[in-house]
Design a protein around this ligand. Structure first.
Ligand code: NAI
Ligand SMILES: C[C@H](O)[C@@H]1OC(=O)[C@H](O)[C@@H]1O
Length: 253
């Protein structure tokens, strides 16, 4: 098991990629704490799936856009599970909107959740890892959208480029403590975040047609890459970005 005896914290862990990563981390031997927002049911379900695998699971509610949520989540998770070995910054939103009339509130909220939230969470986790000693691993869920644009994502793609960049700089700042920082760059993955957008059958088929592996992604497609980067198998990997997109990015023609 790749994460035997480790503790893993994941933001936005009650659905989609975060939930899949939480369950896979437990399957790989880790105790897992998830941060979540909104309804409790999804978070309780993820905890139940973690516990069914014989590991400890904790769900802690909080808005990652609030700086205090970061210290509260990391502190309470570490109190419950003992330490923080792995931190996965995953929470995010993507309210699709045209550029020219983008409401300031939509832009500000997307920045606050996706980029500011990632910064505060990663900073809090890193401080805990430094204080406890023994290094650690941080994985941020960026996106293929860190590298390419989207007409209705002018507020979103800069946050994903920012998260990718955050991992590169944090890798430098934290290498001396044995803390590795990497990002995964998912392509289009079928989750709640794009359910409405991909209800447009034409768009969904166009997106799928771009993928050499022949299908859009599922949350579980990210679980393995996240666990790998979190594990000691990736002990000499830091500052890296791993595309998990079925080959969509390289498919020009
Ligand atoms: N689905 C996709 O095609 C892709 C998703 N991503 C990224 O993957 C990450 C996870 O998204 P998905 O699993 O796809 O969708 P999702 O909507 O299932 O997951 C996002 C999670 O973040 C949580 N969240 C949102 N705002 C929050 C806040 N303020 N505080 C705490 N939690 C909050 C949501 O409740 C949800 O559980 C996001 O960062 C997204 O940008 C990146 C590339 C592609
Ligand atoms: C939410 C979108 O469908 C998704 O988010 C990303 O980061 C991907 O590039 C897709 O556009």
């Amino acid at each position: 098991m790749l994460l035997e005896g480790k503790t893993v914290l994941i933001t936005g862990g009650s659905s989609g990629i975060g939930a899949a990563a939480a369950v896979e981390a437990a399957r790989q031997g880790a105790d897992v704490a998830i941060n979540y927002i909104g309804a409790d049911a999804g978070a309780h379900d993820v905890v139940a799936r973690i516990e069914a695998l014989g590991r400890r699971g904790v769900a802690l509610k909080g808005d990652v856009a609030e700086p205090d949520t970061a210290t509260a989540f990391v502190g309470r998770a570490a109190d419950a599970l003992g330490r923080v070995d792995v931190f996965v910054s995953n929470a995010g939103i993507c309210p699709f909107h045209a550029f020219l009339d983008m409401p300031a509130a939509t832009f500000e909220r997307t920045m606050a959740v996706n980029l500011h939230g990632a910064f505060y969470m990663v900073q809090a986790a890193a401080n805990r890892m430094v204080a406890q000693g023994g290094g650690g691993a941080i994985v941020a869920v960026s996106s293929i959208s860190a590298l390419v644009g989207g007409e209705y994502q002018t507020h979103y793609t800069p946050t994903k480029a920012g998260v990718h960049s955050l991992m590169q700089s944090a890798a430098i700042a934290l290498g001396r403590y044995g803390i590795r920082c990497n990002s995964v760059l998912p392509g289009t993955i079928l989750t709640e975040i794009n359910r409405d957008d991909l209800a447009d059958t034409g768009k969904r088929e166009r997106m799928a047609a771009r993928v050499p592996l022949g299908r859009l992604g599922e949350p579980e497609d990210l679980a393995g890459p996240i666990v790998f980067l979190a594990s000691d198998m990736a002990r000499y990997v830091t500052g890296a970005a791993l595309l998990v997109d079925g080959g969509a990015y390289v498919n020009l023609q």
